[in-house]
Each structure stands twice: as structure tokens, then as C-alpha cells.
Design a protein around this ligand. Structure first.
Ligand code: GAF
Length: 385
């Protein structure tokens, strides 16, 4: 059975009839450009082969009914008119937030069954996969005037306003706009995009995702702190966003001798250097036949997230350091930070050795066993059936 058939069958079991269709949206791994998205900067994600599937049908009783194969005991039914930020919460907040954002289009309500294999809480954007699969379904069924790019904001609003996670648009853009065989170069200020060819296999390379088994939650804690610090730094520098700072030298006014000034300097330095790293990686991919040459840029990105943005963890640092010692071309933590996954660029014939070295080091350190899997740049959100 295909993934679409599985979702159709589960929908029929949950709701007693067939869905109108099945849609899929992927998770993502960001090649480079971390925390730049809410600073009007650049990002370069690829879509994962792992997706969330949403089987959806419109209703006529005004209810939003949500069922997840991953949360079988948690069926949610709420009148469309009673959707409100935080209600429902948990996993259901993401699809409910999308329905809420498009509530005028589905006044009769909808039934949604979701099933997915994007690991949750691992920095691989399972939440955007969930919200984007439902957003694309509702667009196709009830809002054909919306462009796929418009759904980026529908899904972002679900996450920011309904769930309460103050994220940028990286994850939703990746899930909706990536194409197979490419990385998506996105300018988050003007939303311009370029599909940058990324055929790692042809170059004898692999992109290995290492899930450290430590989870994060962006609705609380450090992510929002970093966002505020970046806004404060931009304000002190008198720029609209940190994107507008031309180089590291222009950050000097932040260094006012106070510990707060030093923190803001570090945060801003990460954003300025990270934007430059995205441009450098795009340049290498466009101009050379050697994607392995991006490795050191990725590794420099990790050092910046660890030392300046200060969002890495001992598990992520261990995964990155061990990968590099075992011969990887580059490695970095990915996503919002404070846990989650690292990504490792490695010669295909060294993949096994690198993965084993990380597993052994984690065991020695008494960490949860990591999971490593290779990813190829895959397709963005689409209708399956
Ligand atoms: C999380 C957020 F959701 C994104 O918007 C982005 O800021 C990312 O962290 C860090 O690059 O995935």
C-alpha cells in the first residue's frame, strides 16, 4: 500500500467515508542560514523525503475533526467558530491553526486525518510538515485563488498566532516551495527564491542527518529570547533588521562594555556572518562542480551557533566534533537549537564510519543512542491522490 492508500484507509476508519484527497508535505533540513529568517536574511533548506500526509474532506456540520495516526487516543472535535489560539493545543494546534486562518473558506468544517514520518522535536520541521500538508489541502479544496507561496503565511500564522511559537518562515517555505534535487535559496525579506541544483550523489557525497534524541520546543524558552535579542541589536544599530548590517565591523557600537552589549554583539555577529555564509554556499554551488567545498562553511556555521548564538548542546557539539574527526567534510547543528539534529556532509564511502564513530562516542558519554539517516533533496508539498 502506498502512503496515500494508508492515509485514505485510516481516514475511512476514523470518519466512516472517503477523503476528498490526500496531500503530503515534507520536513526540511537547512543546509545553511540558521535564525536568519526572522532577521530578513537568507536561508538554504532542502526538503526531506519524510513527509506528513493529510487526508481531508469538507463537512457540513461546522466541526473541525482532527485525527492523527501518531496520537491515536487524541481525537479532537471543535466547532470552527470556537477555534482560538491554544484551543485545541498540542499537535492538533497546527492543523487547527491552519483551519482557523482559512475559516471563511471552510465554514462547514473539515475532517482531517494526518499520518507522518518526520521525526518530531528533532529540528527537522515536523510541525511545518503538518501545517503545510493541511494548508495545501484546504487551498486545493476551498481556496484555489491562493498561490502556494501565499500558504507560507497561512502556515506561519498557525504556528505564530495559534500555537504561539514565534518562528520565521524558513520551515513553511521549505516544506511548500522546495523541489527535488535542489536547495531553495530564499531571501526572506522580498521572498525571492532560486532553486539551486544540489546533486550530492553525483559528487560522491552524502548528507547525513544525525538525530541526537534530545528534543526542543520553540513555543517556550530560548528561541523567543534569541529573537528579542536580535530585535534589540537591530534597534541599537538603527537598522530595520540585522540583514541591513553590512559587515562585522559595523557591529562595533554594540560593544559598549556592558555584559548586555556583549550578548547583543554575539547574537548580531552570528546573523551577519551567517547571511554571508549562505551567500558563500550558494556561490560555491552555482559556480563550482564541487559541493564538498561547502563543508568548511557549514562547520563555521556550527561554531557561530555554538559560540555566538549559544544555542548548541553538548550532544550536538559531540556529534559535530566526532563527525569531523572521523573525516566528514563539514558538520553543523540544524534548526532552532537547544536540542534536535546535526547535519553532516560526508564522502559516501565514509558515511558508515562517521555514523559508527558518533554512535560509539554517544555510548561512551552515556547519551541517548543517536539515529543517523542520509537524505536526498526531495520534493515540496504536493497532492498525492
Ligand atoms: C526554527 C524556526 F521555526 C525557523 O523559523 C527558523 O528560525 C529556525 O528555527 C532556525 O533557523 O525551525
Amino acid at each position: 500500500m502506498t502512503a496515500a492508500d494508508v492515509a485514505r484507509k485510516a481516514f475511512a476508519e476514523a470518519f466512516g467515508g472517503p477523503p476528498e484527497g490526500v496531500w503530503a508535505a515534507p520536513g526540511r533540513v537547512n543546509v545553511i542560514g540558521e535564525h536568519t529568517d526572522y532577521n530578513d536574511g537568507f536561508v538554504l533548506p532542502v526538503a526531506l523525503p519524510q513527509t506528513t500526509r493529510a487526508a481531508v474532506a469538507r463537512r457540513d456540520d461546522g466541526l473541525v475533526a482532527l485525527v492523527s495516526a501518531q496520537h491515536p487516543d487524541d481525537r479532537v472535535e471543535v466547532p470552527v467558530t470556537e477555534l482560538a489560539p491554544g484551543r485545541p493545543g498540542g499537535w492538533a494546534g497546527y492543523p487547527a491553526g491552519v483551519v482557523d486562518a482559512l475559516r471563511d473558506r471552510v465554514p462547514g468544517g473539515v475532517s482531517v486525518l494526518v499520518d507522518g514520518d518526520v521525526p518530531a522535536g528533532m529540528g527537522l520541521s515536523s510541525s511545518a510538515a503538518l501545517s503545510c500538508s493541511v494548508a495545501l489541502a484546504l487551498r486545493d479544496l476551498a481556496a484555489p485563488d491562493l498561490a502556494v507561496a501565499d500558504l507560507v503565511d497561512v502556515a506561519r500564522r498557525a504556528e505564530n498566532d495559534f500555537v504561539g511559537a514565534p518562528t520565521g518562515i524558513l520551515d513553511q517555505s521549505a516544506s511548500l516551495l522546495c523541489t527535488a534535487g535542489h536547495a531553495l535559496f530564499l531571501d526572506t525579506r522580498d521572498r525571492s527564491t532560486e532553486q539551486v541544483p544540489l546533486d550530492l550523489r553525483a559528487a560522491g557525497l552524502e548528507l547525513l542527518v544525525v538525530d541526537t534524541g534530545t528534543t526542543h520546543d520553540h513555543a517556550t524558552g530560548g528561541y523567543g529570547d534569541r529573537r528579542r535579542e536580535c530585535e534589540q541589536a537591530a534597534e541599537r544599530l538603527g537598522v530595520r533588521a540585522l540583514r541591513d548590517v553590512p559587515d562585522v565591523a559595523a557591529l562595533a557600537p554594540l560593544d559598549d562594555g556592558t555584559s548586555e552589549g556583549e550578548v547583543l554583539l554575539r547574537r548580531a555577529r552570528h546573523i551577519v556572518t551567517e547571511n554571508a555564509r549562505v551567500l558563500e554556499v550558494v556561490r560555491i554551488l552555482r559556480e563550482t562542480a564541487d559541493p564538498g567545498a561547502i563543508g568548511p562553511v557549514l562547520t563555521a556555521g556550527h561554531a557561530s551557533l555554538r559560540d555566538d548564538f549559544q544555542i548548541s548542546t553538548v550532544e550536538l557539539d559531540t556529534a559535530v566534533d566526532t563527525a569531523l574527526e572521523a573525516g566528514a567534510a563539514g558538520a553543523r547543528m540544524v534548526g532552532g537549537g537547544f536540542g534536535g539534529s546535526a547535519v553532516v556532509l560526508v564522502d559516501a564511502d565514509r558515511t558508515g564510519g562517521v555514523a559508527r564513530a558518533i554512535t560509539d562516542r554517544f555510548a561512551q558519554q552515556g547519551f541517548t543512542a543517536p539515529r543517523a539517516f542520509a537524505v536526498v533533496p526531495s520534493a515540496g508539498a504536493r497532492r498525492l491522490a
